[in-house]
Each structure stands twice: as structure tokens, then as C-alpha cells.
Design a protein around this ligand. Structure first.
Ligand SMILES: Nc1nc2c(ncn2[C@@H]2O[C@H](COP(=O)(O)OP(=O)(O)OP(=O)(O)O)[C@@H](O)[C@H]2O)c(=O)[nH]1
Ligand SMILES: [Mg+2]
Length: 338
């Protein structure tokens, strides 16, 4: 076939995937940051490059990594804890990547910077990589590519991955879909701490840390710890893991030792019992189905774009029900592809 003489390359430059992979192999954090940008991109033209990149980075066998999710109310002390925990892990010989998913980033860009500065020491450590990521929207929900971003970080040699999510909207439980273990950071309150936490968050947590157990909040923190332990007895866990509730102050290094021990214990138990691998298998399955759904939707829309848009408008105006519109679209599509 002759080459079309009128062909013009798209204006959007394509990515040099080989250079990104080579850069990452050398430990170049800028290459890693660019690789993440590519994987997070929703631009249709980046899809193929992102796919190539993930293919090249796909591990040849099982990877020995630990993915920790940290959730909790705004200001609970998640970033302060990560700043200390990250350094603790680095001292133990690990390489730590932190993905801070920020639901407010859509409303105010300043908050991203806030998160970064709060992990100042960690951000500068050669063995760490701190990356603020936007969430799917202001109401929360993880960015749809977090699992891939984790994979990219692991391919770059980071074996401890921490995902920080603010416990609002769907974030708090969505994070469990991409991590091995979820830590909930709770705050001592005025007697209503247990009611203040939604059932879903409590059920999703594999460990709870009542933070800010210092100064005049110390008695309240002990009380919150007691109440949480009691409340947790109401939930039945099939895996037999007893959710530990620790308490301390992230501002005092000694106050975090209990948390470090608890995470080590959790890691050993989850890996040793095969729970981690079970979770990862289930997560990969969900991700596979999600990608199929996305792919089918994009393909279908591409096939019948004007029909799609017409029906979309009718649904928005309320002249057609969503169900009827979807049915009409699908029957048109199947007639076309028969
Ligand atoms: N007194 C006290 N203050 C703390 C403790 N941990 C964190 N803080 C302070 O609480 C504030 C919020 O801490 P962050 O670590 O940014 O909290 P966060 O949960 O990451 O907050 P968002 O990311 O905004 O949701 C900061 O001013 C911290 O210095 C603690 O154990 N005791
Ligand atoms: Mg934070």
C-alpha cells in the first residue's frame, strides 16, 4: 500500500516509551514521574503508549512489595504519619513511594502543594518518591489508574507503596481495591468518635490508629481506642484477622513505634496466610472487568458517535429514560455490527 502523501502526523508528540523505561531502570525520578503522567492520561492518543509502557514494565514473576492504604478524615495526621513511617522504612532498607490522592485538588490547586510540603523530608530522600495525584472528582473516588500507577512505581524499584486518601466520598473504601492493607487514622473526639466513623470505613480497615494522643487529648484518645475496640467486635471477619487499634502521637517518634510494629505484624500475617495474594487476585479480576467495560464503551461510542450524542441529549433533557436510550443505542449498534 502506498503511503498517503497528505498524511500529517498528529500535533501531539508521542511518548518515547523506551527512553522512559531506560530512565526508570537507572533510577531517574523524572522518568518515573513522566511515566506516571502517561499512565494517568485520559487522552485517547496516549492510550497505546501507556499500554506499551505497562507491557514493558510488567513483572516477570511475583513481586515482593507491600501496598499500604492510609485513610482518615481531613487533618487526622495521615501525611505526618507517612513522613515518619516512610523514613522508618527507608532506614530498614526499603524504597518508599507515596501516592497522595487529593479530592480537593479539583477545587483548589494549592492543596497539592500543601501535601507535598508536609512530607518535606521524605520528598527529598533519594529512596523515596512522593506523588500527589488528583482523584476522579471533587466528591472522591480514586483516580481510575491508581492500580497502574502502583505497578509503575513497583517497576521502578519501590517495594513499599503508600496510598494516602482523605476519607470522604468513596475514597475511603475505594482505596481497599488497590492495596494489600488499609490503615484508618482516627481522631479522638468528644465521646462520639465511634458514631463519627461510618460503618463502611470501619469495615474496610485492617488496622486503626487513634492519632493526636497528646496533651489534653490523651484521655480522649484512650477512650476512643477503647470504644473502637468494642465497636469492632460487632463485625465478623471471614479471614480471622483481629483488627488492632493502636493509639499515639505522630509528633512524638516513640508514639509511632506501636504503629510500626502493628504494620509489620499485619504484613507478616497477610503475606503468610496468603490473604495478600487473594486480595491481589480479586483486585486484578476487578481491574480486568473495569478495563473491558471502559474499552467496550469507548469502542461503542466511536462506532455510533452521533447516535450516542443524540440519545445522551434526550436523556439529559428527560425526554427519554436512561434505560430506553441505552437499549435503543445497543440495538442500533448490534444491527450495524450484524
Ligand atoms: N497535636 C498533634 N498534631 C498532629 C499530630 N499529627 C498531625 N498533627 C497536626 O495536624 C495537622 C494535620 O496533619 P496532616 O498530617 O497534614 O493531616 P492529613 O490527615 O494528612 O490531612 P489532609 O491530607 O489534609 O487530609 C498538622 O498541623 C499536623 O502537624 C499529632 O499526633 N498530634
Ligand atoms: Mg495529607
Amino acid at each position: 500500500m502506498a503511503i498517503n502523501p497528505h498524511y500529517q502526523a498528529s500535533q501531539r508528540p508521542s511518548w518515547d516509551v523506551d527512553a522512559l523505561v531506560a530512565g526508570m531502570a537507572k533510577g531517574d525520578k523524572q522518568a518515573l514521574a513522566r511515566a506516571i503522567t502517561l499512565v494517568e492520561s485520559h487522552h485517547p492518543q496516549d492510550k497505546e503508549d501507556a499500554h506499551q509502557l505497562l507491557e514493558q514494565l510488567q513483572p516477570k514473576g511475583p513481586t515482593e512489595t507491600f501496598r499500604l492504604g492510609i485513610t482518615g478524615n481531613p487533618g487526622a495526621g495521615k501525611s505526618t504519619i507517612i513522613e515518619a513511617l516512610g523514613q522508618h522504612w527507608i532506614e530498614a532498607g526499603h524504597r518508599v513511594a507515596v501516592l497522595a490522592i487529593d479530592p480537593s485538588s479539583y477545587q483548589s490547586h494549592g492543596s497539592l502543594l500543601g501535601d507535598k510540603t508536609r512530607m518535606e523530608v521524605l520528598s527529598r530522600a533519594p529512596e523515596a518518591f512522593v506523588r500527589p495525584s488528583p482523584s476522579a472528582g471533587a466528591l472522591g473516588g480514586l483516580h481510575t489508574r491508581v492500580a497502574e500507577v502502583i505497578a509503575v512505581c513497583e517497576a521502578a524499584g519501590f517495594n513499599r507503596i503508600i496510598v494516602e486518601t482523605v476519607g470522604v466520598g468513596q475514597n475511603e473504601t475505594a482505596v481497599t481495591e488497590v492495596v494489600d492493607f488499609t490503615l484508618l487514622v482516627a481522631l479522638p473526639g468528644a465521646g462520639d468518635e465511634v458514631q463519627g466513623l461510618k460503618r463502611g470505613v470501619m469495615e474496610a480497615a485492617d488496622a486503626i490508629y487513634v492519632n493526636k494522643a497528646d496533651g489534653e487529648r490523651l484521655p480522649m484518645a484512650r477512650e476512643a481506642q477503647r470504644q473502637l475496640r468494642q465497636a469492632l467486635q460487632l463485625f465478623h471477619r471471614e479471614d480471622g484477622w483481629i483488627v488492632p487499634v493502636a493509639s499515639g502521637s505522630a509528633l512524638e517518634p516513640a508514639g509511632l513505634t506501636e504503629l510500626y510494629d502493628l504494620l509489620d505484624r499485619g504484613l507478616r500475617w497477610f503475606v503468610g496466610s496468603g490473604m495478600s495474594e487473594n486480595r491481589r487476585q480479586a483486585q486484578r479480576h476487578v481491574q480486568f472487568e473495569q478495563r473491558i467495560q471502559e474499552g467496550l464503551r469507548d469502542w461503542a461510542k466511536g462506532q455510533e458517535r452521533s447516535t450516542w450524542e443524540g440519545l445522551e441529549e434526550a436523556v439529559q433533557k428527560g425526554t427519554l429514560s436512561p434505560g430506553a436510550a441505552a437499549l435503543k443505542f445497543l440495538s442500533d449498534l448490534s444491527a450495524k455490527n450484524r
